[in-house]
Write a protein that binds this ligand. Structure first.
Ligand code: NAG
Ligand code: NAG
Ligand code: NAG
Length: 419
């Protein structure tokens, strides 16, 4: 694409946006989806861009992988626990668009086509997600959606896709991002009106616009959005993401709520790099932060402890609380102990004590409830969240004591006792 053509096309997109705004067609995303944080499975963290189907047929990016993952999700309890989406990431396409300008799946790896895969996923009671990129290319250099937003929205809708992760590699500057993501939302709305199958819209816009992100605008147009680096199967990545959310530097916590969520990236639970405590902390914090819950693991073969964690009903209920309030970090002490609070429905509060450091020994978390801001005079009924163990009644002056393992977490739910 020559620079000249590129700037002409950008002008066209900007014009489309102007017309849409004039006609008040870009009010706010209203597709009825993600009233609580969406849950599912996503390819990237675990399976990456594995194209080697010859040597590694079970793990390469192919329809076979997504069908087997869907089978495991349906038969091993994940679907029934709320994990709904099975989402394809980068590397599903052929390197060129077809003669009709449409994206094409690689026929060697997706011989039945995406429509047939969607039908299969739907037959399992699950939903299919797909991946595209706002820029000239995807991150792995497959065809990008820039200049093809309408075509691609129509293609995905015609295939019966339920979710689109729209990445931002090679997308250009701030204006291109702001215009492109809004225009795509309009085209998704238009093409799904016809099919009657709304598409969950997962944006990467803030991850590419950083400190310049207009978060209110993002939340008006996306169901979820990435705002930080890709997660890796490594505690330092998990903790940095948590720390970024705790800092809340750009005020993004405040724009999250039913229909629109900050996305700290996939759950790397059941893989290679995290200890049992680190998996608990990772899962517990994603629940506290009302994060989308997309596992990226091999649910076909997974440790029992990881599976039990991912299926923990009490923790999932914290994540899925209908108020949809993202936890805030109340304090962070020099020994690495952090306190997080998530206000919940029914005058309840989830309280997390997270120990980010690894000094070798467990550390006591101690705080009066009043110091946590819980000062209702009749007190609170407190329940440990992972095992659902009732701990007792606490007055605001009583001290909550929790022993926290290094790079581990404890979570309790405090229910206000009505006078
Ligand atoms: C499309 O947008 C309109 C206006 O915001 C909204 O009422 C409708 O529910 C949307 N439809 C879909 C399928 O997203
Ligand atoms: C959070 O803020 C602290 C203090 O300003 C800073 O040192 C740290 O790097 C920030 N964390 C992230 C992930 O940005
Ligand atoms: C508890 O403290 C907060 C301020 O921290 C205050 O707004 C609230 O009214 C207090 N509630 C009770 C029941 O005293």
């Amino acid at each position: 694409m020559s620079p000249k053509l590129s700037s002409d096309m950008r002008a066209v997109e900007a014009l489309v946006l102007l017309v849409l705004q004039f006609l008040s067609l870009t009010a706010a995303l209203d597709n009825g989806l993600a009233r609580t944080p969406p849950m599912g499975w996503m390819q990237w963290q675990r399976f990456r861009c594995n194209l080697n189907c010859k040597d590694d047929p079970d793990n390469c990016i192919s329809e076979r992988l997504f069908m087997q993952i869907a089978d495991a999700m349906a038969s091993n309890g994940y679907r029934d626990a709320g994990y709904q989406y099975v989402s394809i990431d980068d590397c599903w396409m052929l390197p060129e668009r077809g003669p009709d300008g449409r994206l094409q799946p690689d026929p060697a790896r997706f011989p039945s086509g995406i429509k047939a895969l969607a039908d299969y996923i739907h037959s399992k009671g699950l939903r299919l997600g797909i991946y595209a990129d706002m820029g000239l290319h995807t991150c792995k250099l497959y065809p990008g959606s820039k200049f093809y937003l309408q075509t691609d929205a129509e293609t995905f809708a015609s295939w019966g896709v339920d979710m689109l992760k729209l990445d931002c590699c090679w997308a250009g500057g701030l204006e291109d991002l702001e215009t492109g993501y809004q225009v795509m939302e309009f085209f998704l709305n238009q093409s799904t009106r016809v099919t009657n199958r709304p598409i969950l819209y997962a944006c990467s816009w803030p991850a590419c616009s950083g400190s310049q992100t207009k978060y209110k605008l993002v939340a008006q147009h996306c169901n979820m959005w990435r705002n930080f680096v890709d997660i890796r199967d490594d505690w330092s990545y998990v903790y940095n993401t948590i720390d970024f959310y705790g800092n809340n530097t750009y005020g993004f916590r405040e724009v999250a709520g039913p229909g629109n969520w900050n996305d700290p990236d996939e759950l790397s639970i059941g893989n290679f790099g995290l200890s049992e405590d680190q998996e608990r902390a990772h899962f517990g914090m994603w629940c506290m932060m009302a994060s989308p819950m997309f596992m990226s693991n091999d649910v076909r073969h997974i440790r029992k402890s990881s599976q039990q964690l991912l299926l923990n009903k009490n923790l999932i209920a914290i994540n899925q609380d209908p108020l949809g309030i993202q936890a805030y970090r109340l304090s962070k002490s020099s020994n690495g102990m952090e306190t997080w609070i998530k206000p919940m429905s029914g005058s309840r509060y989830a309280i997390a004590a997270l120990l980010s450091n690894d000094y070798g020994s467990p550390v006591w978390f101690t705080s009066t409830l009043a110091d946590l801001g819980l000062n209702a005079t009749a007190g609170y009924r407190i329940t440990e969240a992972f095992e659902n163990q009732f701990m007792g009644k606490y007055l605001p002056s009583d001290t909550l004591r929790l022993l926290v393992n290094p790079t581990g977490i404890q979570i309790v739910v405090a229910e206000t006792i009505q006078q």
